[in-house]
Design a protein around this ligand. Sequence first.
Ligand code: HEC
Ligand code: HEC
Length: 218
Amino acid sequence: MKLFAHLLIAAFLAVPAFFAFSQEAKPAAVPAAAPSSADKPDLAKGEASFMAVCAACHAPDGNSLIPVNPKLAQQHPQYLIKQLQEFKAGKRANPIMLGMATTLSDSDMKNVAYWVSSKKATPSVAKDKELVMLGERIYRGGIADRQVPACAGCHSPNGAGIPAQFPRLSGQHAEYAVAQLTAFRDGVRGNSLQMTQVAAKLNDREIRALADYVAGLR
Ligand code: HEC
Ligand code: HEC
């Protein structure tokens, strides 16, 4: 908690504008439609549904081998539940995941999210030596003259994220991260005002650099 507060303060000091949307962050932390949040997740049920449906694309241990399908292993369960709710509601537009999430009840989402988050994420590697240095610079320090905040302030220096709101990025497929950053920037992924504002100021090269860097983070 102390680290969390510390990182947030660091992010806010760096970019005072973030005070404005710290408001937006609050409701997002708790998925609105999770009435059974007091109940414990049923991990056995979660594993069974994951194996039956999700493993085909996200791999049996949640470490998808297909670069356009995100790794889900070790991701914060609250973040995963938020995404499933928002795919289902059409707030995060994706035809494949709309179909998947539509079949899940609130408790299915919780079971599957807690199960896959208990799996260990496999690391990836950065591929482009020159780009990765640019990525590292922005990740750690932001871009001061364009008011791009340091990614580390919200996603933590090692990319592990900060539960429950800020997802883990380390080891994620670069192709997937490029797609998401581009989608935030271009208004295609509209389920996070914070990330829309961050990505709005990034060019394609910077996006590729950041995605390559986070893939190799551990
Ligand atoms: C046919 C392939 C496919 C299947 C089956 C599938 N997914 Fe996905 N999933 C995807 C793709 C592709 C994306 C990326 C969507 C995007 O670009 O927004 C994704 C994204 C996600 C995300 C968002 C992750 C993030 O980091 O934001 C979650 C959560 C998720 N899937 C969970 C599941 C669960 C749970 C199941 C089983 C019920 C499932 N998926 C089944 C292809 C699939
Ligand atoms: C002010 C806090 C904040 C900052 C700074 C920030 N992010 Fe994020 N980021 C978020 C939040 C919150 C989400 C989850 C959005 C959601 O709930 O859908 C997110 C999601 C993402 C995702 C999608 C993850 C997934 O699995 O789909 C990527 C990629 C990402 N951020 C990259 C970055 C990069 C790169 C930077 C630096 C240029 C950055 N973020 C800076 C708050 C932040």
